[in-house]
Design a protein around this ligand. Structure first.
Ligand code: DX5
Ligand code: ZN
Length: 221
């Protein structure tokens, strides 16, 4: 089992003070910055783009930035995010016409590559490209909004994904996104996730360090 990583989703941060919010959550013990990019086309919401990623790097953020693209098409955004300082770029296979090519573009741009599966998208979709991935992200809510409830059948999917990754014996991270809280994180980890996105469960609390510590305490059990 790889080491557990906590990735706060800045979707739930105060955008008027984004630099401070990211500093605060990293100081609170988070590992990765989860950066949700929505285009009001692939998903019915609109958020932030490469300029904001670049601004965070300029602000001094050195932690990995995990760019979750909920945009269609995908390819135009890859070089821009790589230039803006993205560490990992993940995308939804439904949003790219040529999934293998998009993965190659991400790697050629010098970033780690990942695919994101919506709750109803079968694992089978990634079967042939899994060995090329640095990360597989399973959505445990429908993409587009923070603060939704964790969809329980995702646990079965996590178990299947964990088995597929272990069978390859490659260091592919298995990330979960949506409705993760300190109350369900242990169950989610037991199902095989090693990287946990949490938006409202961290930024919705007054004390980020306590929120992160509560998750780590559950993971340590
Ligand atoms: C949803 C986003 C998530 C979201 C998670 O489309 O991909 O990253 O911000 O938020 P919570 O943790 O509040 O469900
Ligand atoms: Zn996300």
């Amino acid at each position: 089992q790889q080491e557990f990583k906590i990735a706060p989703s800045i979707l739930a941060a105060d955008f008027a003070r984004l630099g401070e919010e990211v500093d605060a959550v990293l100081a609170a013990g988070a590992d990765i910055v989860h950066f949700d990019v929505m285009d009001n086309h692939y998903v019915p919401n609109l958020t932030i783009g490469p300029m904001v990623c670049k601004a965070l790097r300029k602000h001094g953020v050195t932690a990995p930035i995990d760019v979750h693209l909920m945009v269609e098409p995908v390819d135009d955004m890859i070089a821009q995010f790589a230039d803006a300082g993205a560490s990992i770029i993940t995308f939804h296979p439904e949003a790219s016409r040529h999934v293998d090519r998009s993965i190659q573009l991400i790697k050629q741009a010098g970033c780690e590559a990942g695919l994101v599966l919506n709750p109803a998208t079968p694992l089978e979709t990634v079967k042939h490209v899994l060995p090329q991935l640095d990360m597989l992200l399973l959505m445990s809510v429908n993409p587009g909004f923070g603060g939704q409830k964790f969809i329980p059948y995702t646990l079965d999917k996590l178990r299947e994904a964990r088995a597929a990754i272990d069978a390859l014996n490659l260091p592919i991270r298995l990330e979960i996104d949506g409705g993760v809280t300190a109350d369900n994180i242990r169950e989610i980890a037991a199902a095989g996730a090693d990287t946990f996105v949490a938006g409202s469960a961290i930024f919705g609390k007054d004390d980020y360090a306590a929120a992160v510590a509560a998750m780590r305490a559950e993971l340590a059990q």
